[in-house]
Every structure is written in structure tokens, then in C-alpha cells.
Design a protein around this ligand. Structure first.
Ligand SMILES: NC(=O)c1ccc[n+]([C@@H]2O[C@H](COP(=O)([O-])OP(=O)(O)OC[C@H]3O[C@@H](n4cnc5c(N)ncnc54)[C@H](OP(=O)(O)O)[C@@H]3O)[C@@H](O)[C@H]2O)c1
Length: 224
């Protein structure tokens, strides 16, 4: 049994990660914005912790509450999505909000629980990124805030992987595919359970050679 900290565990991929991990006998600490509204997460048996990833005080408080709790794997799933505005209408507020949640948040969460991760047995960090964060794959443009924030997350993970890799950590960015969640919408081709089964197969297979890499949920490596 391993202990997983999963952010964004109220719904979507984070909730399904909690479901599958709890069902196979692992222990999940599910971090959510609104614990009172987290009935679906509560039903999995997970421990519930409050967390607003774009509020540094909330992130630091989570780290303090978990200071004596070893964590084997951190999965940063919390995120905001959407195409957003085109260049003429793009605002600083939109850019800042996406970067705060999708790029700054995962780094600060990892930083806050680093002592707990160091005390764990596996030292694995997985960030849910997107193929839309791939510069090489961007052939259609748009989604400035979302694409930019996920490209930033990819780069931040690379530096984290190089720094923490020296102490045996494996840090990766994972693309869940286009998934049937609130973010992906009903026309997405991939059921959330299938995406999460693939994501967990990758997380389970993380070895030092995979540190710093970018994987699709089916195991393929993706272009930066
Ligand atoms: N679904 C897809 O097709 C797809 C594709 C590529 C990448 N991804 C990535 O996969 C991850 C999960 O996506 P999803 O489809 O599960 O999204 P989702 O269904 O929209 O759920 C988003 C989750 O993030 C949480 N969240 C949002 N802002 C937060 C904040 N400021 N602080 C704390 N929690 C916050 C939400 O909490 P509340 O319930 O409180 O709002 C919710 O739990 C995201 O990082 C997303 O970018 C998804």
C-alpha cells in the first residue's frame, strides 16, 4: 500500500484517480477546494484535505498539516481549461489565472509537501499536463492561456526533475488524452476510467530513466 496525494480530487480525473487507487488498496489524500461538497471523494474512503492551489497560504497550510505524513506519490491534477479569448480580447487576468492554477500551483504544492515526499518510499511526482502544452504539436493556435500555462508546467517539471532527480525522485508530465470530464466535455473520446487506468500504469512504471519525460496516457512519449 502506498500513500498518494491527489489535487483536484473533487471531480474529473482527480476523483477517478482517488477511486481507482482506493479500490486497489492504496491510501489517497484527496485535496479539494470545498471539503463539504466532496461527497463523491468521501465515498471512496480517501482522507480529505482543503486546498486552493492558486492561494499560496492554502498551499503552505496543506504542507504544514501533512508535515508528519509520508507521501509516496504526488499527482497534481487540479487545473483549469478552455479555449479562452483570442489575442485582441485576451486579458492579463485570464493569463495570470491560468498560470497561477496550472503552472505555479503544481510547483508550490510540490515544494510544500517535499518533506513528506522525501519521507515516502517512492519519490514520484506526476503533473497532469496537456498535449495542448506541446509547442511542437501546436498547429491550430488559440488557447493562449491554457497552452502557455501547460507549456510552462512542462518546463517547470523538467527543472524539478533535474534538481530532485539527484535524490532519487522521478517527476513527469502526463497527458490524460481528451477525456469525458467537465473540462473535456461529453464529446471527448476517452472515458475517464480508461484514461486513469493508463495514467496509473505509467505512474506505477516510473523508474529513474523516465525522470523528466512527457507521456500520453497510453504510454507513448510525446513531443515537447
Ligand atoms: N479532461 C481533459 O480532456 C483533459 C485533457 C488534457 C489535460 N487535462 C488536465 O487534467 C487535469 C484534470 O482535468 P479534469 O478533466 O479532471 O478537469 P475538471 O473535471 O474540470 O476538474 C478540475 C479539478 O481541478 C480543481 N481545481 C480547479 N481550480 C482549482 C484551484 N484553484 N484550486 C484547487 N483545485 C482546483 C477542481 O476543483 P473544484 O471542483 O473545486 O472546481 C476540480 O477538482 C487538469 O490539469 C487538466 O488541464 C484534462
Amino acid at each position: 500500500m502506498s500513500t498518494y496525494l491527489v489535487t483536484g480530487a473533487s471531480r474529473g480525473l482527480g476523483l477517478e484517480l482517488a477511486r481507482q487507487l482506493q479500490a486497489r488498496g492504496d491510501h489517497v489524500i484527496g485535496a479539494v477546494r470545498d471539503p463539504a461538497g466532496a461527497d463523491a471523494l468521501r465515498a471512496t474512503g480517501a482522507r480529505i484535505e482543503p486546498l486552493v492551489v492558486d492561494d499560496p497560504a492554502s498551499v503552505a497550510a496543506l504542507g504544514a498539516r501533512l508535515a508528519d505524513t509520508p507521501i509516496d506519490v504526488l499527482v497534481n491534477s487540479a487545473g483549469v481549461g478552455g479555449l479562452g479569448r483570442g489575442l485582441p480580447d485576451l486579458t492579463a487576468e485570464e493569463l495570470h489565472r491560468y498560470f497561477a492554477v496550472n503552472a505555479v500551483g503544481p510547483v508550490l504544492v510540490t515544494q510544500a509537501v517535499l518533506p513528506s515526499l522525501r519521507a515516502g518510499r517512492l519519490r514520484r511526482v506526476a503533473h497532469l499536463t496537456s498535449l495542448m502544452g506541446s509547442i511542437a504539436d501546436n498547429t491550430s493556435g488559440a488557447a493562449y492561456a491554457y497552452r502557455g500555462s501547460k507549456a510552462a508546467l512542462n518546463m517547470l517539471n523538467k527543472s524539478m526533475a533535474l534538481e530532485l532527480g539527484r535524490e532519487g525522485f522521478v517527476c513527469v508530465v502526463l497527458n490524460p488524452g481528451w477525456v469525458q470530464t467537465d473540462m473535456g466535455g461529453p464529446h471527448a473520446p476517452t472515458p475517464v476510467a480508461d484514461s486513469v487506468r493508463g495514467l496509473l500504469a505509467i505512474v506505477d512504471s516510473l523508474t529513474p530513466e523516465r525522470n523528466g519525460r512527457f507521456f500520453h496516457f497510453d504510454g507513448r512519449e510525446l513531443p515537447w
